[in-house]
Design a protein around this ligand. Structure first.
Ligand code: SAJ
Length: 428
């Protein structure tokens, strides 16, 4: 048990499991969120998130009384900020929620408190936004307070394992602040703690996801070259990756999720003159869904109605944030093509304009009368598809955006199969 009280602000997919881990490590933790759905569930002892390991952790923390929650920021010894840092419609970093929360904390913060920012943020945010707000308390932010940036590295689907086992970067505004945060994380993290300054920690987090985005874009460019040259990109990548220092990523129908399509904009926004490569990578990845649709059309089959398989941004998740499926839907709607959207895990699919797209829970219903099917997500269920599953379709075009199907088996049943990074279409 610990005498210190921790206040975690933001009980989303990062804040809530983090708060529960801290509570189960013996701290008294108060979680803060404005969402009535989250607070309602927690007040009944339930977890508002669905991941089984998170559910176990949160229900245990609530049952023991170590974790409480409300909409009010209470006084504590440690404050952990885990609020959203989105990009605006014109791709500028929006850190207004961090700023607002830091100002709220500055009204109650006391000498000796530790304040940690976990949200992905532009370089300088911990000092210039959180530090500046806390300075309004009248305290010296370097001498009287300990302020740190400790980026989350949550991988949806394995949230708890990754929080506990991943190495943890801890960037302090001072070395003392970093050492203090290290002692806290060591109570529930088994990964190595890596101490640095706040700016380096902020930059390293942005680097990680930008690295992924740029390398996925490179793989997508390789897939374009393969489509023109008649080489199978997956075969070529497999061989290239036998080189000990090469790791070509996987081409696909776009990049989604809460982090990878968002975080590079924090660097592009801050350093436009140095980030042409990052911008181009974003454009390439964002262009993948439309490109796939253009290739489907180029086959020359009459297509009026499309079945889309997959709303989630990644396989076997119920998470559709920034899913490339939205860009495919935009391309279809721009040409007045009707569509049915299927997903075995996602139940609600809201577009950025607020409109809700209906999800068909039964695959056969989604496929019926479709002139073409486009697979957007690598759900396990889709890997089992064969030509019998497609028999409800009226057309014979199958676009496999995730390289899941065995094309030769489907070709022999008379279908035309189009995949990313493979010029061969088969059929007819
Ligand atoms: N994708 C590809 N090709 C690839 C890899 C991914 O097209 O080779 C696509 C996926 O289909 C998906 C998107 O990219 O649409 C992102 O998926 P992901 O599995 O790479 O990552 P996320 O967004 O689920 O989680 C990432 C992870 N970051 C890295 O792998 C570097 C996770 O470890 C981070 O903690 C998380 O972002 C985060 O919070 O930043």
């Amino acid at each position: 048990m610990s005498d210190e009280k921790i206040v975690v602000v933001g009980l989303g997919y990062v804040g809530l499991p983090t708060a529960a881990l801290m509570a189960n490590a013996g701290y008294q933790v108060h979680g803060v969120d404005l969402d009535p759905h989250i607070l309602g569930a927690l007040s009944e002892g339930r977890c508002p998130l669905g991941e089984p390991a998170v559910v176990r952790l949160v229900t245990e923390a609530l049952a023991s009384g170590q974790l409480t929650a409300s909409s009010e920021i209470e006084e504590g010894d440690v404050y952990v900020i885990c609020v959203p840092t989105p990009v605006t419609a014109d791709k500028k970093a929006d850190i207004s929620i961090v700023d607002h929360v830091a100002h709220q904390i500055s009204g109650i913060v006391r000498r000796g408190n530790l304040v940690i920012l976990e949200s992905t943020s532009p370089i300088g945010t911990t000092r210039d936004v959180v530090g500046a707000a806390l300075g309004k308390s009248g305290l010296d932010i370097l001498k009287d307070l300990d302020i740190c940036y400790c980026p989350e590295r949550v991988f949806p689907g394995s949230t708890v394992t990754e929080i506990v086992q991943n190495d943890r970067i801890i960037g302090g505004l001072t070395p003392r602040a970093a050492e203090r945060a290290e002692a806290l994380y060591k109570r529930f993290c088994t990964g190595t703690t890596l101490l640095t300054d706040a700016g380096t920690a902020e930059f390293s987090k942005l680097m990680e996801n930008t690295y992924r985005d740029v390398n996925i874009a490179l793989a997508n460019v390789f897939s374009h070259i393969a489509e023109r040259s008649g080489v199978n990109v997956h075969d070529a990548i497999e061989l290239a990756n036998r080189h000990p220092r090469v790791n070509v990523h996987k081409p696909g129908p776009g990049v989604g999720g809460h982090c990878i399509p968002v975080d590079p904009w924090f660097l592009i926004d801050g350093f436009p003159e140095d980030t042409a490569l990052l911008r181009q990578a974003r454009d390439i990845n964002d262009g993948q869904p439309k490109r796939l649709w253009e290739r489907v059309k180029s086959l020359g089959h009459p297509i009026k109605h499309v079945a889309i398989l997959g709303a989630a941004y990644r396989g076997d998740l119920d998470d559709a944030r920034e899913s490339p499926t939205e860009k495919l839907i935009e391309a279809l709607e721009a040409e007045a093509i009707s569509y049915a959207l299927h997903d075995p895990h996602v139940t609600s699919f809201q577009l950025h304009n607020g409109r809700e797209v209906q999800i068909t829970a039964h695959m056969e219903t989604a496929l019926s009368n479709a002139d073409a099917v486009i697979i957007m997500t690598d759900h396990s269920q889709y890997k089992l598809l064969n030509s019998i599953n497609f028999s409800a379709m009226s057309g014979r075009v199958i676009a496999d955006g995730r390289d899941l199907l065995d094309p030769s088996a489907i070709k022999s049943a008379g279908y035309t199969v189009l995949s990313i990074g493979n010029a061969w279409t088969g059929g007819e």
